[in-house]
Every structure is written in structure tokens, then in C-alpha cells.
Ligand binder design. Structure first.
Ligand code: ATP
Ligand code: MG
Ligand code: MG
Ligand code: MG
Length: 562
């Protein structure tokens, strides 16, 4: 692309009514222009970046087997009445009437439309599981549209919907989606956290997570624990804390319990009953053959991650109860081999179930009425450390930290809320009919761009991550009037084009200062200046955030870019 004719109206002045950095940058770099409050035009650079984000989302959706569709934005009100949402959605729903006075809504989300589709097209469990997605403009008449693309009234969303025959199926779909979201946001260069969210607001009991880009401008609060990796949005964390406090209040105090007869896990299991034995496991983690942590609970990855984070190691291996005995030569207690000097993590659920019994790291003793958080946290020294609950993690008792966050994605186990309401049923294996079990999964694709810019900029302007940059390289001949410079710049431009490197050639007859300022503002990853040394085929190669430019031959510059 040549800059002379590119519709990229950059602004020197900082727009006075734009509060958010990303909003200011998008206006100044000529990515977007407002048409009405919360309604924007995407100019070529903005559109290109948006397409990059879309492409990443598409790739990761396709990779987990989700199928792309495009559902109508214009939706009959009857459908929304069927689900019961027409009247409760409120003024955020954009409503309109056609020439026959029939009522319609402009889709703020598509559960109704997609559930009706599945109701009409799928009747057998053999066609499930199914996940469909779309990348489409959504309409929400937000009470406070602001911060540019961060909260628009017309915005681009990727929304996916899954249909399964049982909850185990939904669990697997949800997990695949959750992991795809991690890949998407990582590829976009985002600093983000996946947080537990409160299902209550959307109506349901189902598990739900929000993906929060960390940024001061964010309207959400992320409550995070660096100890065990627990993270929740404020609403969920508060609910959990209230619940924990109530339980804490009613809980009996920690008690050192003399247990000379209990020597093995089997004995404990017997004592605690069959329900406990289903959950109970003592996991010993070893790194380089040395025991590093003991965890009570099933052998799931989550535990492993927790331990990994807590101990800052990535060479974990899991030892089973027998190995524990072999490695340590110590008899095994419920929550830890006796006398083994390693950190102990006690799982809440197990503690509750087993009336809080934990190994005491001491022969012939266990602890009773253990409340993780209240009594124990990660004990990095190997000895138990007693901590009191306060602004502390409900899981492990470590101090919590608060961050501001932008909700860029949301995954949600819907269950049968919409399938029941709209009658989306399939015949199951046994021939009986059942409501399909759904999940829904959104990403604010346009909001994502804003979130990325909130994190990737400096004084001069945008610092695009390579994956989203509208162009990879910016070629700037200092003096276009100079034949040698112009020709070398053109040659470089053609070469890069043919090699598939997206390049923008600044062929404008502007002062170098103006060109450089624009280049920094629009912030492509690499800038190549063709100046006085053009005769020797030498150019200045500079990465956007590198302090200095390097002198390279054209050939070297091209090679760097591949
Ligand atoms: P918020 O809490 O910010 O209002 P939401 O919870 O209402 O968002 P969802 O219904 O979960 O949003 O929609 C899925 C995704 O769409 C959100 O995670 C967010 O990234 C994006 N999104 C929602 N509302 C807007 C908006 N007004 N402008 C841009 N993106 C939005
Ligand atoms: Mg909202
Ligand atoms: Mg929300
Ligand atoms: Mg949400």
C-alpha cells in the first residue's frame, strides 16, 4: 500500500473528549472515526487490524471444530418473547418495526436465533455435539457508551454456541473453548487473566469464566491470588468471601489429633467412608527426584499447575502414594507423609468432606477441623504456617491483589435454559427426547483491539504486536524527490510485497519530521528509512521500540523481515 492515497487521517492534536489512551490513539492514528455515540467507522488501518484479530479468532475456532455461520442481525420479537427475554432485556435491546408494523430487535446476542435453528434442523443425538460461531456486528444501546471501541453501541463480536447431549459433553466443549480463548488472547499479545465469574447475572448455575485484559481503564475488578492462581471477578470473589466467612464462623477450631493407629491412606479412607475415598488422594510431587510438595486431591492438572506456580518450578512429576513411601521411606498419612519436610496444600472440598483432617508432618498425629486459608496456606518452609483469613484467598490463604480489567471474552455453561424455552430437543440413545445442553462463548473483537492498545503504546504512539499490526513494515524514503532514494524505496517495497511481507510505502512529499512522527504514531513493528546512503544500498532499520536504528543493506533488511 502506498501512503499518498491511503485514507489515514492522522491527528497532531489529542482529541479532548477521548479519555482512554486507546481511544485517543485510534483517533489520532486514523484507525476509526465516530459517526454517533458508540458508533464508529473503521478506516483502512483499523479495518486491517480488526481483520487480523478476526483471523486469529477464526483459526482458533476452526481448530476446535467450531463451524462458522452468519446469523441475522434482524430478529423477530416473537423469538425473544419465546425465550422470555423480550420484556426483561430492557432499553439495551434496539427495537424496531417493519412496514407491516411487526416488531423486531437488532441482535445484542444470538441465543434465541441459534437455538431456534438447532430446534428446526437437528432431531437426533447423532448430530451432536455441535458448535457454531459467527463474527458479526452486535447492537446494544448501552447506558454509557464510552472509551471508543471499548464500549460501543454497535460493535464486532465473535459469538459461539455449543450443543451437547450431556453435561460431560458440555464440560469437554467448554474446556476446549476455554483453551482456545487462552491461545487467542496470547496470540494477540495481551496481558490478561481468566477469572471465575458469577453466573447469577446471566441467569444460571453453570460454570462461567471471563477473560480480563489487565488495564487501568477497565471497568471490572479482578481479584487474584499469586499463591495458587485463583482469580475471580469482584462479584464472584465477594460472594465466595461472604460464603467462606460464614462457614469459617461456624467452623470448629483446629485441633491436634493423636492418631497412633492410622498409618496408611487405606486406614484413613476406611475411617472417613466411601465418599471420602472417592476424592481423597495424597499426591506427592517430585522434581529432580526430590519431593517438593504434597497435595491432597485427585490427580488433575489444576493441582499440578498450582504447585508449579507456588514453587516456581516446571519440572514436576507426580508420585503416587506408593512412590511416596518408596521415595521418602516414610509411612503415609492422609495429607502428607509423616515427617516429610515439603509444602502442603490442602484442598477445600476435601477438607470439608473429611472434616478437615490433614497430616501433621509428625508421627502419630493428624490435624482435625483444618480450614485451608484459616489454618494453613502454602508452607514454603516445609513447616505449617498459620494464617488468618482476611483479604486472603479463599483457596490457599495467600494475600489477594486487585487489578482493573477489561472483559474481552466470556465463556458460559448455559445448560438447558434456552433449549427448554424454545423446545430444542433431540432423541437420545435410548430413544427418549431430551433438551439439548448448551454453552455460549463471546469475544468482543473490536473491544479486543482497544484492550491491546491500552497495553501496547508509548509516548509517541501505538506499538503494535506483530500479530495484529495493520502492516509489518513501514518504508520511508526521506526525500521522495531524490531519484536514488525513491527508486531504492520502491525496489524494497516491491520485494517485500512479493515475499508476502505487508509493507506501507510513505511516498508522500512531506518533511521527514512529519513522516517519522506519523510512523511512530501508527506504530508498525519495523520502520525502514531510505536516506542519504541509498546510493550504497544502505538503509536504516528500526524496530518500533528499539532505542536506535541499525544500518543495514537492503538485502540484510529483507532477510530480517522474513
Ligand atoms: P460488559 O460487562 O462489558 O457490559 P457483557 O458481559 O455485557 O460485557 P457479554 O454479553 O458477555 O458482554 O458479551 C461477550 C463479549 O462482548 C464481552 O466479553 C465483551 O468482550 C464484548 N462486549 C460486550 N459489550 C460490548 C460493548 N458494548 N462494546 C464492545 N464490546 C462489548
Ligand atoms: Mg453489558
Ligand atoms: Mg460483563
Ligand atoms: Mg459478559
Amino acid at each position: 500500500m502506498r501512503q499518498q492515497n491511503l485514507l489515514m487521517p492522522t491527528l497532531r492534536e489529542v482529541p479532548s473528549d477521548a479519555e482512554a489512551v486507546s481511544h485517543r490513539l485510534m483517533l489520532r492514528a486514523g484507525l476509526i472515526r465516530p459517526l454517533a455515540t458508540g458508533v464508529y467507522t473503521y478506516l483502512p488501518l483499523g479495518r486491517r487490524a480488526l481483520r487480523k484479530a478476526e483471523a486469529i479468532v477464526r483459526e482458533e475456532m476452526d481448530r476446535i471444530g467450531a463451524q462458522e455461520v452468519l446469523l441475522p442481525a434482524m430478529q423477530p420479537a416473537e423469538l425473544w418473547r419465546e425465550s422470555g427475554r423480550y420484556d426483561v432485556y430492557g432499553p439495551e435491546l434496539v427495537r424496531l418495526r417493519d412496514r407491516h408494523d411487526r416488531e423486531f430487535a437488532l441482535g445484542p446476542t444470538h441465543e434465541e436465533v441459534v437455538t431456534a435453528l438447532v430446534r428446526d434442523e437437528i432431531s437426533s443425538y447423532r448430530k451432536l455435539p455441535l458448535t457454531v460461531y459467527q463474527i458479526q456486528t452486535k447492537f446494544r444501546d448501552e447506558r454509557r457508551p464510552r472509551y471508543g471501541l471499548l464500549r460501543g453501541r454497535e460493535f464486532l463480536m465473535k459469538d459461539a454456541y455449543s450443543f451437547d447431549t450431556d453435561w460431560e459433553g458440555l464440560d469437554a466443549t467448554y474446556r476446549a473453548m476455554y483453551e482456545a480463548y487462552h491461545r487467542i488472547f496470547t496470540r494477540c499479545g495481551l496481558n490478561y487473566r481468566a477469572v471465575e465469574a458469577d453466573a447469577g447475572a446471566i441467569g444460571g448455575e453453570g460454570e462461567t469464566h471471563e477473560f480480563m485484559a489487565l488495564a487501568e481503564i477497565g471497568e471490572d475488578t479482578v481479584v487474584a491470588c499469586d499463591g495458587c492462581g485463583y482469580a475471580a471477578n469482584l462479584e464472584k470473589a465477594e460472594a465466595a468471601a461472604v460464603q467462606a466467612a460464614a462457614v469459617e464462623e461456624a467452623a470448629p477450631p483446629l485441633e491436634r489429633w493423636h492418631t497412633p493407629d492410622i498409618r496408611t491412606i487405606a486406614q484413613l479412607t476406611e475411617l472417613l467412608g466411601p465418599e471420602a475415598s472417592r476424592l481423597m488422594k495424597t499426591l506427592l510431587y517430585v522434581a529432580d527426584g526430590k519431593p517438593v510438595a504434597v497435595v491432597v486431591r485427585g490427580a488433575d492438572e489444576v493441582n499440578e499447575l498450582k504447585v508449579q506456580r507456588a514453587l516456581g518450578t516446571d519440572r514436576l512429576e507426580l508420585a503416587d502414594a506408593e512412590t511416596v513411601q518408596t521415595v521418602t521411606g516414610a509411612p503415609v498419612g492422609f495429607a502428607g507423609p509423616v515427617g516429610l519436610n515439603v509444602p502442603l496444600l490442602v484442598d477445600r472440598e476435601v477438607a470439608a468432606l473429611s472434616e478437615g483432617i490433614a497430616g501433621a508432618n509428625e508421627r502419630d498425629y493428624h490435624y482435625r477441623h483444618v480450614r485451608p486459608g484459616r489454618d494453613f496456606s502454602l508452607a514454603h518452609t516445609g513447616d505449617f504456617r498459620e494464617v488468618r483469613l482476611g483479604d486472603r484467598c479463599v483457596r490457599c490463604g495467600e494475600p489477594l491483589t486487585l487489578h482493573r480489567g477489561i472483559e474481552v471474552g466470556h465463556v458460559f455453561k448455559l445448560g438447558t435454559k434456552y433449549s427448554t424455552a424454545l423446545g430444542a430437543r433431540v432423541t437420545g440413545v435410548s430413544g427418549t427426547e431430551q433438551d439439548v445442553i448448551m454453552g455460549c462463548y463471546g469475544i468482543g473483537v473490536s473491544r479486543l483491539l482497544s484492550a491491546v492498545l491500552e497495553q501496547h503504546h508509548d509516548e509517541q504512539g501505538i506499538v503494535w504486536p506483530l500479530s495484529l499490526a495493520p502492516f509489518h513494515a513501514h518504508i520511508i524514503p526521506v526525500a521522495v524527490a531524490d531519484d536514488t532514494q525513491r527508486k531504492l524505496a520502491e525496489e524494497l517495497y516491491e520485494r517485500l510485497q512479493s515475499l508476502g511481507v505487508e509493507a506501507l510505502l510513505d511516498d508522500r512529499e512531506e518533511r521527514p519530521g512529519v513522516k517519522f512522527k506519523d510512523a511512530d504514531l501508527i506504530g508498525f513493528p519495523v520502520r525502514i528509512v531510505v536516506g542519504k546512503k541509498a546510493g550504497e544500498r544502505v538503509v536504516e532499520y528500526k524496530e518500533r521500540q528499539a532505542p536506535e536504528a541499525e544500518q543495514l543493506t537492503v538485502e540484510e533488511a529483507v532477510r530480517r523481515l522474513l
